[in-house]
Design a binder for this molecule. Sequence first.
Ligand code: BTN
Length: 333
Amino acid sequence: MKEKILRALHSAGGRFVSGAWLCEQFGVSRQAVWKNIVSLKENGFEIESVTKKGYRLSAVPDKLYAPDILSRLPEDCICRKAECFQTIDSTNTKAKQLAELGAEEGTLVMAEEQTAGKGRRGRNWESEPGVGIWMTLLLRPALLPVKVSGLTLLAALALVRAVKDICGVEAEIKWPNDVIVAKKKICGILTEMSSEENYVHYVVVGIGINANTTSFSREVEETATSLYLQTGRKTDRAGLTAAWIEKFCSYYETFLKIQDLSFVIDEYNQVLANRDKEVRVYYGMYRQTSLENTEVGIARGIDSDGALLVEIEGQVKRIVSGEVSVRGLHGYV
Ligand code: BTN
């Protein structure tokens, strides 16, 4: 009911929505509508109620509130269930637990704070309370396991689009899964799956967005930034969350139909930070400091499988994510 009321109030775009109309639409009593309005107000939503006019949404709180996020999504979006935790170890861990218990595709887990946020390659992900967007979407895709890494690329591309729409910022992608602004990371993506050789049980796409973070630990401060630090404006976290889900789900549906990334190659390559620049490919251990097992080439873009095409001594090599890391010659990008 709260989701439905918020959907009606959001769609009204600041105009009043009559109480009688809400009752009729949802087939409930005036009292039931009022009870939900009171609960929304308790959750920080500023809703004016004026006799004979109805209700008007005048301000939304800066929090990730599940009915609010769902109310901003198209009704046919695959994301139909969401839960937001104040504090949790990791939204990926929670989403995997829910998946094992049979949760349906499109279940979203969000948290205001993660106490054990997970990064790639066993690293930790800083997840301070109230300033970021820490969320995981559970999917049950009809894809071969080898294709699942494409979801990470689509998640990054969806974020670039969402950041442009909501914050007016031109972000770029550091292949395969970092979204950057001014050469620093604003978002990381951790995709995990449970599969058999030729069958995917489920995938969790975890995305961490540094929205309003004001400072980072020593360890990451050189490579990390936030949308707030870049723009000087507070990010609308709920708006950005919904924009990412909507865009990602729409890419996801096309990906399932086509089964490759041909439909986004151009779009992706346009925002690829390293495109036509020199990169060093590290085939060995991640974060190695020696240049052993590395090669230098020019990144040319992705192919329809999401591999990075790198021109090395006149030959184009396909670099597959997960096997290697790619960095700029003079630093992170
Ligand atoms: C990386 O760049 O190393 C990936 C970071 C992924 C962080 C997100 S935050 C939400 C989700 N839950 C986690 O524990 N990790 C991902």
